[in-house]
Design a protein around this ligand. Sequence first.
Ligand SMILES: [Fe+2]
Length: 269
Amino acid sequence: MVIIIQISDLHYGSEFEDSYFNNVIDYIKQNKHDVVVLTGDIVHKGRYRQYQRFSAYLQKLKDASKRLLVVPGNHCAKNNGLIFFEKFIAPRRSKMILEDRDTIIVGVCSAKDDVSTGEIGDEQLDWLGNQFVENLENRVIAMHHHAIAVPYSGRKQTTLVDAGELIEFTQLFGIDLVLMGHKHIPHAYVIGPTTFLYCGTSTSNKVRADEGPSFNHIWLNEGDLEVQMVNSTTLQRSLLLERKNNRTKFVRPRRTRIEHLINSKVWDD
Ligand SMILES: [Fe+2]
């Protein structure tokens, strides 16, 4: 069993709320976890001063977390910010092996300088394949961009341009969980053995539709999975997804764009 707390899209520098950040820190300190995974958009504009000012917050996060793995988002890469991401935050790709938890987590950089679109790229896919040669039970990928578009998350085409390659990779390598941020929508899809899990914005007011700021608390054990979504303002939990014996028992219902269109009056004559 590995316990992960996923936080995402902090957006320091724009609509960032100190109170939400402090709540997240309190929750991490008070709840059992093996690792905290931060899936990008740490700063809003990728500028040196934003990264520099975020350093004090990063230290608090490191102090609260048992372990911390961070990947960059498209906002981290704005204004050529990836060089400062590497200077102040972490390498742009990283691997964490938790032998006592039979777990491997690999973080990849889906962000590119100055564009919102995501891409893993052939070289990184090759590198990713070489990381998952380890025979560990719980297999997790962390990245920022969406592999699959999520309803009600905007119409900009910023999913991975090579989403097909990434999805096929997850099936070939038996990946249990792909952690993503990007559009600030808590959501999940399941394909084969793989759960594609999306996180809300954890510390900002950049929310979409009727979502609040949130993060995910995850229990993964040999394919069985429970995800609790935690509201960053109240720290109340609600079940997002439950999987047992390769069957999805629960996925949080969302009023999706499709449901909205079907149920709305706009089509009536
Ligand atoms: Fe974001």
